[in-house]
Design a protein around this ligand. Structure first.
Ligand SMILES: [Zn+2]
Length: 359
């Protein structure tokens, strides 16, 4: 009898200590804000190119405190497009190429932004392309084809998104028949409309539309726009979720333009710097940097096959004008960075981020 009580007591003590130890890191790890940065078409070679161009001085990618890998294939294709991969990253559910926020059976999974809004968090989007383009649209729209731009524009106005910065005024005009009607619809849905980042004030839903479609002129744009969006979103006490897309990295991959892609990567890295600086000063912020797929099949090859000789330079070589099916990296910073690990499906990353803001 005595022995039994002793062993029960010992077990109780061990359990209480275990519970105490477990409770500490769990509390410290609570993710309040997520900044999700997606380099459209950014493969591991794009990142390696920037490290090489930076003479291997640490880049923002090298400062990640954790890394993982994701498989990008879609439900109907081993090489994904941005609609299917955007849907996986935004909702945790894989779908067919060209479909946005909807499965072939017609199921519309909740997006990370919809869930965040439900949890009282503010939500935002920052892109270099138009806001109705596949990657941002995956976070608020549910349509069978990514090319239904007018319908997507309307769904943005009906969404709970608090701030969106990018191009795409042309698709509001198309949906509502004229610029005048488009502006009226934007206001009627509770948004203030701006055509400059500087003009935007905090305190209300804001649409900052800088171009009819893509934003052409934009040195340092992504960093400025990301800082603006964070400043707007952090007014919300319950936290926020912000998606930032380096949209044209993909276009440079399609064009097999290494120098052009370096410029787009610099712009994107500026936004990552802003996000990581915020996370460092605001505990509870998780920064996730990834891609939706690789574009161009970029490789970095030696000009000299004989590795016993001195290096004769390297070459950026492209192997396709389309997308490729290679895995893409995930870089993690800030609170909860250690919670995302290993080799995963793109949909698993989306599901994990939803889980992190679910409690
Ligand atoms: Zn593409």
């Amino acid at each position: 009898m005595t022995i039994k009580i002793n062993s029960m007591l010992r077990r109780l003590i061990i359990l209480s200590i275990a519970a105490l130890v477990a409770a500490q890191p769990l509390q410290a790890q609570e993710v309040k804000n997520i900044i999700y940065l997606i380099g459209d078409g950014m493969g591991l070679a794009s990142v390696s190119m920037m490290q090489l161009e930076n003479n291997y001085e640490p880049t923002i990618f090298d400062r990640a405190t954790n890394v993982a890998l994701q498989k990008t294939y879609s439900l109907d294709n081993r090489v994904t497009d941005s609609a299917a991969s955007g849907t996986a990253l935004a909702t945790g559910t894989k779908t067919n190429n060209a479909m946005l926020g909807i499965t072939p059976e017609g199921y519309a999974p909740q997006t990370l932004m919809e869930l965040a809004a439900e949890r009282g968090k503010a939500t935002g989007l920052v892109v270099t392309t138009y806001l109705q383009h596949a990657t941002p649209a995956a976070f608020y729209a549910h349509v069978r084809s990514r090319h239904e731009y007018a319908a997507i524009a309307e769904q943005l106005l009906h969404s709970d998104i608090d701030i969106a910065i990018g191009g795409g005024m042309a698709f509001f005009d198309e949906r509502y028949g004229s610029r005048e009607e488009a502006v009226k619809a934007i206001h009627d849905n509770g948004f203030r409309l701006y055509d400059s980042i500087d003009m935007a004030e905090g305190g209300s839903r804001s649409l900052i539309i800088l171009a009819d479609k893509e934003i052409e002129e934009r040195t340092g744009y992504l960093a400025t726009a990301t800082a603006k969006a964070i400043q707007h979103l952090e007014e919300e006490d319950d936290g926020f979720v912000l998606m930032v897309e380096g949209s044209i990295i993909d276009g440079m991959g399609h064009g097999n333009d290494a120098e052009g892609q370096q410029g787009e990567m610099c712009d994107f890295m500026g936004a990552i710097e802003v996000a990581v600086a915020f996370a460092e000063t605001h505990p509870g912020t998780l920064v996730v940097v990834t891609a939706d797929h690789e574009t161009g099949g970029l490789t970095i090859v030696s000009n000299d096959a004989d590795f016993n000789l001195a290096e004769q330079g390297v070459e950026y070589r492209w192997t396709t004008k389309g997308h490729s099916g290679t895995m893409v990296p995930i870089y993690l910073y800030g609170t909860g960075a250690e919670l995302i690990n290993g080799v995963m499906e793109n949909s698993e990353l989306g599901a994990k981020l939803k889980e992190l803001i679910s409690h």
